[in-house]
Structures are given as structure tokens and as C-alpha cells.
Design a protein around this ligand. Structure first.
Ligand SMILES: *Cc1c(COP(=O)(O)O)cnc(C)c1O
Length: 439
């Protein structure tokens, strides 16, 4: 593939949809009876939202989350009407009408946005389907305890009143201001979910996770009371979706809290846990980031490498030039620490990683121009290793892969045994396929 593709990008991210399907199945089985919500924010963690969304949809998954409304609108375009899409991050001036018109469910983290959503729903003659977001300890988005109480009050006030003349209003002649307002018989605001987010679920020994679960449970009781009091006019309490778990929580917590989990990282086959890798968790990395050797040069001992000459060869050696740098989203902070894999052998990245290229010291290794270079993936270094080398986490390593990199969809089943690449005239069988066998 690499050697015959003359126009594509030099750096490619192979996206294995067979591995993706297998990961979703493994996670869903672990979560059951709670349901899997697939998190596709940030271009599906850098994997390419179109490939990931279509791959999951084709495998039968219908429940998706993104962060922003523009991500939600894009996902609606890709998936059509048949998917449930939740977005939770927007500002005081974000256009909510567009979100409601596209039937995007919205997380609610301020009292003000409840009002804005109801107004938008009236304007667009739609129902705003909302997930109230409680801040149970993370301190990020979500209603803090005092705002939570105010939001419940606001919800009570927003509940459409029964038909005038009904049992609650007594004298129909004196029924309140709602009479001159918008049509109150339409359910303009429907509470379909209660959500929150853990802070330390990746550290199973910490007590804060259980504390957050308790806060969520009490919020659940309070919200249930408000919904029941409104007798269905704000949504049904027994159909309320409750979700707080992310990947680390989904993989570690028993009993499992909530009716569903919002899973991102592990869907892509990566581990959110320090002491367990993908394989330990039965997951297969979906992204394989590859480049190729485009130049080879013998250098004498004492020769430097790349900007700043921060690396000096101790002895005579051989430098391979590999396209791929921070312009592709490869972390410069991994300079002089990272490794890549060529023909199954690890070699060190030497000198600074530049915008477009890096230098790999291949010594006396058998390496030819045109050889495939695995930057990370199931048969090379892991995204987690890159995370360590770059002083960050695997989440960031995959998410930051930039637009210059081509995302190429592959299917593990096909690549296994069939995909081969030419190297110096001989066929080298691909050795991929973790995850493919689970299909
Ligand atoms: C990103 C995100 C998730 C997914 O987290 P993972 O650890 O990747 O599974 C879930 N919920 C919220 C609110 C998020 O921002």
C-alpha cells in the first residue's frame, strides 16, 4: 500500500474497524445491563469521526456522545436521523436552535441554559431533550450543589401547567399568565437523563469515586421527585437515563453505577489504567500510525542530529529519515526518547522531532528506503508508551494527530493474511490482527 500510493500523505493512520467493532462488543458485554454510549468527540479521539461513526453504526450502535454542538451537527450529517446524539459543551451565545432542529440532546450545566433551551424549543416548535448534569466533585462542568437546587426549582416552574380549568388551577377565569404565553400543552423541555463525570476513576484506590456516586444517587432521588410531581410533564422518572461512568469507571467499577456509560478511550482499544494495557483488558488498538523510510545515510561517530544537535552519534551509525513531526501531531516532547518499529525491530528517535520529520538511528539494522515505519499501533510502540515519552497520556497522543495525516479505513479481517507490502522486491506478510480474530 505505502509504496504504490504516490499521492497520499506520507504519514497514514490506519483505522481498523474490525478492532473497533470488537472493542464495542467487549465493552457492551462488560457493562450489561447498562448500555454503551459511544463518545466520538474531538474527531473520534483523532481517529476520524466519519470512519468511526459509520463503522459503529453499521455494527448496530445507535447511541453517541460528543462534546460540542458543532460536533453533534456533523455527526447528525454523517449518521442521519436514526442515531441518538448527546452534546454537553456550549456557551451562553451558542445557537441552540440548530441543535434542537437536529434533535441533539443536550447536557445542562447552568440554570440559565434551562431557560434558553425552553425558549429555543418554543421558537423551533421542538422538544428540548436534556440531561441534567450534576457536578458531583470534579469541579469542571455541571451544576454545583447550590445550582442543582436552583435548577430543580426552575424545572418545577418550567413544567407546563395542566389544561386551564383542570384540577390544579381552580377558577379557569383567573388562570395565570401562561394563558398568554406560548402553547403550554407542548412538552417543550423533556428531562431524559441525569449525568455526571468522575474525577479519579482511573485510580481504583481513591475514595472520591464512591463519594461521587453517592452524590449522584441523591441527585437522582431529588430529580425523580421533581419529575414525579410534574406527572410526566417534564419527562418520565422511570425512563430516566443515568450516566456517570467514563472508560476507567466502565472497566473497573462493580457494582456498575447508572443505566449507561459514556465510553471514549477504550472504544478505540486503549487503556485508561496505568497498570493494565489494551491486551489485559481484551481490547485492540484501532489506530496504527505509520510512515516510511525516505532517506538513509551513514554518519560518522560525532555527527549530530536535528535542530539544536541535541543528539550526537557515539559511533559510526546510520540515520533513517522518517516523515512525521509535530505538524502531524507527533509530540516534539518525545524527542530523544521515543522509539519506532521497522520490520518488527525497535529503533530510537534521535534528536528533536521537527515539524515534518524525525530521525531514527537504525545502526546496523536491516532497513531499506521505502520500509514501513510503525510509529505506534498494535505491532509497534503503544500510544501509552508515546504518552510516557511525551510526558502526557495516550488520550492526547491519538487525539492530537492532525489533518495532514490520512485516515485509511481497514478491516482487520481483510488485512490479516492478505495485506502485504513490498520491501525490496519480497513480500512481507503483515503481522497485524489483534482484535481481528475476535470478529
Ligand atoms: C471525554 C468524556 C467522556 C469519555 O471519557 P473516556 O475516559 O475517554 O471514556 C465521558 N464523559 C465526558 C463528560 C467527557 O468529557
Amino acid at each position: 500500500m505505502t509504496s504504490t500510493d504516490s499521492t497520499g500523505a506520507l504519514v497514514r493512520a490506519e483505522i481498523d474497524v474490525a478492532a473497533l467493532r470488537a472493542n464495542a462488543a467487549v465493552l457492551a458485554e462488560r457493562l450489561a445491563p447498562a448500555r454503551l454510549k459511544c463518545v466520538l468527540k474531538a474527531n473520534a479521539y483523532g481517529h476520524g469521526v466519519e470512519i468511526i461513526a459509520r463503522g459503529l453504526f453499521a455494527a448496530g450502535w445507535r447511541d453517541f456522545c460528543v462534546a460540542t454542538i458543532s460536533e453533534g451537527l456533523r455527526l447528525r450529517e454523517i449518521l442521519g436521523d436514526d442515531a441518538t446524539i448527546l452534546a454537553w459543551l456550549y456557551g451562553p451565545t451558542t445557537d441552540l436552535d440548530a441543535a434542537l432542529a437536529a434533535r441533539i440532546e443536550l447536557g445542562v450545566s447552568t440554570v440559565d441554559s434551562l431557560d434558553r433551551l425552553r425558549d429555543a424549543a418554543h421558537r423551533t416548535k421542538t422538544t428540548a431533550r436534556v440531561h441534567l448534569k450534576a457536578d458531583t466533585g470534579l469541579g469542571r462542568n455541571g451544576l454545583a450543589p447550590a445550582d442543582w437546587a436552583r435548577a430543580l426549582e426552575r424545572l418545577r416552574a418550567l413544567a407546563p401547567h395542566r389544561q386551564r380549568g383542570g384540577s390544579e388551577t381552580g377558577d379557569p377565569e383567573k388562570s395565570g399568565p401562561a394563558r398568554t404565553g406560548p402553547d403550554e400543552s407542548v412538552l417543550s423541555l423533556e428531562v431524559v437523563g441525569l449525568m455526571s463525570h468522575y474525577a479519579v476513576a482511573d485510580e481504583p484506590d481513591r475514595v472520591e469515586t464512591a463519594q461521587q456516586t453517592q452524590v449522584l444517587e441523591s441527585a437522582h432521588r431529588e430529580l425523580t421527585a421533581v419529575l414525579d410531581e410534574a406527572q410526566g410533564r417534564l419527562g418520565e422518572s422511570d425512563r430516566l437515563e443515568v450516566h456517570i461512568a467514563n472508560s476507567p469507571a466502565a472497566l473497573t467499577l462493580l457494582p456498575f453505577p447508572g443505566t449507561s456509560a459514556r465510553v471514549g478511550l477504550s472504544l478505540y482499544g486503549l487503556s485508561p489504567l496505568e497498570d493494565r494495557d489494551s491486551q489485559d483488558l481484551g481490547l485492540a488498538p484501532v489506530m496504527r500510525l505509520v510512515s516510511q523510510v525516505v532517506n538513509l545515510k551513514d554518519v560518522p561517530g560525532g555527527h549530530g542530529a536535528s535542530y539544536g544537535l541535541t543528539f550526537t552519534a557515539q559511533n559510526d551509525t546510520r540515520f533513517a529519515l522518517v516523515p512525521g513531526g509535530y505538524g502531524d501531531g507527533i509530540a516534539r516532547s518525545a524527542s530523544n526518547r521515543a522509539e519506532v518499529s521497522i520490520r518488527g525491530i525497535r529503533y530510537p528517535v534521535v534528536g528533536r522531532i521537527a515539524m515534518d520529520q524525525m530521525i531514527v538511528d537504525v545502526g546496523a539494522g536491516e532497513v531499506a528506503i521505502g520500509d514501513e515505519v510503525v510509529i505506534f499501533g498494535p505491532d509497534g510502540p503503544s500510544a501509552a508508551e508515546w504518552g510516557t515519552w511525551a510526558d502526557t497520556i495516550n488520550y492526547e497522543i491519538v487525539t492530537r494527530i492532525s489533518d495532514r495525516v490520512d485516515r485509511v479505513e481497514i478491516d482487520g479481517r481483510k488485512s490479516q493474511g492478505h495485506e502485504s507490502r513490498k520491501t525490496d522486491g519480497e513480500d512481507v506478510e503483515s503481522t497485524r490482527g489483534e482484535g481481528a480474530e475476535t470478529q
